[in-house]
Design a protein around this ligand. Structure first.
Ligand SMILES: NC(=O)c1ccc[n+]([C@@H]2O[C@H](COP(=O)([O-])OP(=O)(O)OC[C@H]3O[C@@H](n4cnc5c(N)ncnc54)[C@H](O)[C@@H]3O)[C@@H](O)[C@H]2O)c1
Length: 324
């Protein structure tokens, strides 16, 4: 089976590529390397196990080239920086909605029959009940969340009109090695610069679900293989949640730093930036029903990620120093 992974040089995409290659799929990656790194997938390309198309999905001809002769598309390319929503909403419109439209158009024109889409828990916005299942209303509070909800709506229409079997996955915060954005990465870098003090965006009481990358990839493949709906939507998380304050404590502990002074920077109702969600946890009963069991809780995922990212960041900084 021939598989296209858009954004396959990024964090989640490259781990998915590792897994698909290890299972023997013929994999093509399309990526503009705006945040992704070719190093993450280079060994597969060198060994002829993956093909790389350098290009931007905002260009319809790139989407056509990437989707030719494939059976399934895992669409993971996007700009995932929720914070950009309040300053540059056009980025999420272009990178997320326009690029997804181009991917869908290419699939329609080329007759590609299956799509797995990386959506996000941000489509729910600030839910009344913290714990949400897939039937909760979509009330995004960031343009990022709105862009993912718009993509979901487009995918539903394409699925119904043109017979593209689609699995939409609403991921919680996915964390693990190679992650280069988000709170754990931010805290490690801040504490490396100043171990005595930690700036916390928000009041620290924001709480969300986190899922380790290996669990997220496993869930992705289970959902793709076992969902028997023509259009399906599934939450992907670890079933629990962790607060930003706890994340700060875990990261400091992993770095061997004894209680840095936390400087809170809350905006609005205590969130980190306009468009940030205060409290949300994903119910994953539907995914469990397909046979998925997360191996790590949110806290375990955060701790393991802090360990792995610390190693990566320290080694990168060492390399940078060597090159001066
Ligand atoms: N990491 C998370 O916690 C999380 C949670 C929910 C949903 N998601 C979604 O999962 C997907 C992957 O996220 P990630 O964390 O791996 O981010 P990432 O930034 O590491 O990966 C995105 C990849 O897409 C590529 N890309 C971006 N715009 C492109 C374009 N126009 N054309 C071609 N390539 C382009 C980037 O270079 C990068 O390699 C995204 O769709 C994101 O919105 C991520």
């Amino acid at each position: 089976m021939r598989v296209l992974v858009t954004g396959g040089a990024g964090f989640i995409g490259s781990h998915l590529v590792d897994r698909l290659v290890s299972e023997g799929f013929s994999v093509r990656v399309v990526d503009n390397l705006s945040s992704g790194r070719i190093d993450y997938i280079k060994r597969h390309i060198d060994l002829g196990r993956a093909e790389f198309v350098l290009g931007d999905l905002k260009d319809p001809s790139v989407a056509m080239r990437a989707a030719s002769n494939v059976d399934v598309v895992f669409h993971f390319a996007a700009n995932p920086e929720v914070r950009l929503s309040s300053t540059s909403p056009e980025v999420h419109f272009n990178e997320n909605i326009l690029a997804t439209f181009n991917v869908l158009e290419a699939m329609r024109k080329l007759g590609v029959g299956e799509l797995v889409f990386a959506s996000s828990s941000t489509v729910y916005g600030e839910p009344e009940d913290m714990l949400v299942d897939e039937s909760a209303p979509l009330r995004p509070v960031s343009v990022y969340g709105a862009s993912k909800a718009a993509c979901e709506a487009l995918i539903h229409a394409y699925s119904m009109l043109y017979g593209i079997r689609s699995v939409v996955l609403r991921y919680a915060n996915v964390v693990g090695p190679r992650l280069r954005h988000g709170v754990i990465y931010d805290f490690i870098n801040k504490l490396l610069s100043n171990p005595a003090e930690l700036e916390v965006l928000g009041d620290g009481k924001q709480a969300k679900s986190y899922i380790y990358i290996d669990d997220a990839v496993e869930a992705t493949l289970i959902a793709w293989r076992r969902s028997n709906a023509y259009y399906d939507v599934l939450n992907v998380g670890s079933g629990d949640y962790v607060s930003v304050d706890e994340i700060a404590d875990i990261v400091a502990d992993v770095m061997g730093i004894d209680r840095p002074v936390k400087r809170y920077r809350p905006v609005l109702h205590g969130v980190g930036w306009p468009g940030d969600v205060k409290r949300i946890a994903l119910k994953i009963d539907k995914l469990r029903g397909l046979g998925f069991t997360p191996r790590m809780s949110s806290r375990e995922a955060v701790r393991e990620t802090a360990r792995r990212l610390l190693e990566e960041i320290v080694s990168e900084k060492g390399e940078a120093v060597k090159h001066i």
